[in-house]
Design a protein around this ligand. Structure first.
Ligand code: UD1
Ligand code: CA
Length: 461
């Protein structure tokens, strides 16, 4: 790469206005932690080994919340300002050539396109640094951008240190910078703490570089909202809504029909194929992927599920980490918990619960069943009310049923158990022993008929 970029994401702060025991960047919007969003965006600008997150508060948890492997971490044990945060990584960062970009871990709305524009402005000109700015109706709390006669940035003045005249400036510093790495590391030692907060301000780099005879440019964003950092739970909810709105729009433009899009909840990492229809109030979460031509019923919740093509999920159906092959029907009112594999064209009907179960192609469990730790062969029919007794109070035991078998309604299958292919189990059976191939197993009390019994009872007394 001609102009390699190193990205440093500041995420060491606690964020007191969240009123939380958890570090701010750990809070979630659009289905993942705020800092994970920023890392994800950074990945379209730099490879993982050139992305670093500055961690301090709850460092271990912040590290764990990042889903991409290979990201670097910088420990900032004491939060002594944004300049100090970058300085904490000196030993890891100073040897990296090219450009140094600084982002905040609490600004998940920033788009890669905007950041690329910042990089292009910086790398296309001769400035020592370029920063993102925006004109704000109310810039209170932000650093103000002081421009010189030629329109370059002379300095950034923080709210607390600004004069009345400077406070009237509406152009605010968004806190996102792209520095020439060599000049940054050459001059960063000049940062001091001579300011009202007694912190090392990264913003002072503008004046330092200018004083050294370099120019600093600003890229004005048309809308400051994209750079907004989250400070409160109200803003967290707003950003969550914006991220989800963006996601739903992206999916619709890519060929997914979403009915009443304002009612659905779709996490950022979800993938959905063309001509799939998502009904109102569906929640599609985590790393769920859905193929083409599927229908996801109203109020269904899918989390970390893998749904292939042409699958129908009825209303009010829950699917966890399970794989559903082409043409499966599941629900309405079904619950597929973790670890299931449902073969092509299989049917899972209402009030059927599956856990760690493999259903062969074309197998059916259409009503009221619990199948746990089991393997059901292709085309086998599981009658209504069938229960695998997979738990003996101590251990989970497997139930294995072959192909083309027929399990009569209300059967109780006591595991560990094997029912061979082509066999029948009579309705209402309690099956505790192996059933051989092509056999009929019946495990129930014989029916007794007493002629005239009811009439006699009515006539008694
Ligand atoms: C900063 C800028 C200000 C800009 C604003 C935009 C400075 C001095 N000021 O102010 O000009 O308008 O951002 O939002 O930079 N952080 C650390 N370690 C620290 C301090 C901060 O990791 O020691 C992280 C925080 O977790 C946060 C980010 O850096 O994510 C910004 O810090 P914050 O203290 O909020 O800066 P602002 O006062 O908002
Ligand atoms: Ca802030």
């Amino acid at each position: 790469m001609a102009n390699p970029v190193t990205v440093v994401i500041l995420a060491a702060g606690l964020g007191t206005r969240m009123k939380s025991r958890r570090a701010k960047v750990l809070h979630r919007a659009g289905g993942k932690s705020l800092v994970d969003h920023v890392v994800h965006t950074a990945l379209s600008l730099a490879p993982a080994e050139r992305i670093f997150v500055v961690v301090g508060h709850q460092a271990a948890e912040v590290r764990a919340s990042i889903s991409t492997p290979g990201i670097g971490f910088i420990e900032q044990t004491e939060q002594k300002g944004t300049g100090h945060a970058v300085l904490s990584g000196r030993s890891q960062l100073a040897g990296l050539d090219g450009y140094l970009m600084v982002l905040y871990g609490d600004s998940p709305l920033l788009r890669a396109e905007t950041l690329q524009q910042l990089i292009d402005t910086e790398t296309g000109g001769s400035a020592a640094a370029t920063l993102l700015t925006a004109d704000m109706a109310d810039p209170t709390g932000y650093g103000r951008v002081i421009r010189d006669a030629r329109g370059n940035v002379a300095e950034i003045v923080e709210q607390k240190a600004a004069t009345q005249e400077q406070l009237a400036i509406r152009e605010a510093n968004m806190g996102i910078y792209c520095f020439r790495a060599d000049l940054f590391w050459k001059h960063v030692g000049e940062l001091g703490t001579n300011n009202p907060a007694g912190e090392y301000y990264l913003t002072d780099m503008a004046a330092i570089l200018t004083r050294a005879g370099h120019t600093v440019e600003a890229l004005r964003m048309p809308d400051a909202r994209e750079a907004l950092g989250i400070n409160t739970r109200v803003e967290l909810a707003e950003v969550d809504g914006l991220l989800r709105g963006r996601k739903v729009r992206e999916l619709m433009l890519a060929g997914v029909t979403i009915e009443k899009p304002e009612t659905v909840t779709i996490d950022s990492d979800v993938r959905i194929g063309m001509d799939t229809i998502i009904e109102p109030f569906a929640q599609i979460l985590g790393t769920t992927t859905i193929g083409e031509n599927c229908r996801i019923g109203a109020c269904s919740i899918l989390e970390n599920a893998t749904i292939k093509n042409g699958v129908e999920i009825g209303q009010f159906t829950l699917v966890g980490a399970s794989v559903l092959e082409d043409g499966v029907h599941a629900g309405p009112f079904a619950r597929l918990r973790m670890g299931n594999h449902v073969g092509a064209g299989a049917h899972i009907g209402n009030f059927v619960e599956l856990k760690k179960t493999k259903m062969g192609a074309g197998a059916k469990a259409n009503h009221l069943a619990y199948l746990g730790d089991s393997e059901i062969g292709a085309r086998t029919n599981i009658g209504a009310g069938t229960i695998t007794c997979n738990y003996d109070g101590k251990l989970k035991n497997p139930t294995i049923i072959g192909e083309d078998a027929f399990i009569g309604s209300n059967s109780t299958l006591v595991a560990p158990l094997e029912i061979a292919k082509g066999s029948y189990v009579g309705a209402g059976s309690v099956i505790t022993k192996e059933v051989p191939e092509d056999a009929l197993a019946v495990g129930r009390a014989h029916q007794v008929v007493k002629e005239g019994w009811a009439k006699k009872r009515r006539e008694r007394k």
